[in-house]
Design a protein around this ligand. Structure first.
Ligand SMILES: [Zn+2]
Length: 235
């Protein structure tokens, strides 16, 4: 099983690795990886795998049969190769900031209205967020963004750690996604915005809310009571 370095240190930008296997010349499995695989509403990372003078661009990262698979743009890598990995940090850091921003907004909406998140999708340049809410009111959503923006400038630490599933499930609001977590995981990874929110989550996050700085509303769309949709982006 590939060691997922991003789960421990989301700020790690470079790392050595060994190629474990190669499928169809371009799907690479490593012994440890910096690259986040698409999932949980967060897009995959991009970057480079370097072997000597050869550079392989990582164009897609996904999880297949429990393994993190890196699709590269060229053939040539072989099992046993010692490589060096470099993350496209600019893209990842935006995703970390907007992912943590989304948690804050979910917390505020959930606390204020009882809304559950029915879907969310981060993109490099914006976040789409769907939630259930009885009454659709654009000015209410704008007011929540104002509240969120105050927190995005505050010195509030964020940390992540694992908890046994039973213990984690006792935390109120730990799963704000309307669709529940897979029931077979013995431990859950918790992302805690200290003093504010704890959420079961496998994504990458910033260490302090003030790294987010500010977001702005792009638009709101009403797709029915279970899908009030909001788009926002980092400023
Ligand atoms: Zn999340």
């Amino acid at each position: 099983m590939t060691k997922a370095l991003f789960l421990v240190d989301s700020y790690l930008k470079e790392s050595p690795a060994t190629v474990v296997s190669v499928k169809d010349e371009k799907y690479i499995i490593l012994d440890q990886t910096l690259f986040y695989p698409k999932g949980g509403g967060q897009p995959h990372d991009t970057g480079k795998i370097i072997k000597g003078r050869e550079i392989y661009n990582v164009v897609y990262v996904g999880k297949f049969l429990g393994e993190i698979s890196h699709e590269v743009d060229n053939s040539g890598l072989k099992a046993g190769d010692k490589v060096y990995c470099m993350l496209n940090w600019k893209r990842r850091y935006k995703l970390m900031r907007s992912h943590t921003a989304a948690h804050v907004l979910a917390f505020l909406l959930h606390k204020g209205t009882g809304a559950l998140i029915t879907g969310n999708q981060l993109e490099e340049d914006h976040v789409r967020f769907d939630f259930s809410l009885k009454k659709f009111d654009k000015s209410l959503l704008e007011a929540y963004l104002v509240k969120a923006n105050k927190l995005y400038k505050a010195n509030i630490p964020v940390k992540w750690y694992e908890l046994p599933r039973e213990e984690a499930m006792k935390i109120p609001g730990i799963v704000k996604m309307a669709s529940a977590f897979p029931p077979n995981l013995p431990t859950l990874r918790i992302v805690e915005i200290v003093g504010i929110d704890r959420q079961a989550d496998g994504g990458t996050h910033v260490r302090n809310l003030r790294e987010i700085e500010e977001v702005k509303l792009v638009k709101t769309v009403n797709k029915g009571k279970n899908n009030r949709r909001i788009y926002f982006k980092l400023n």
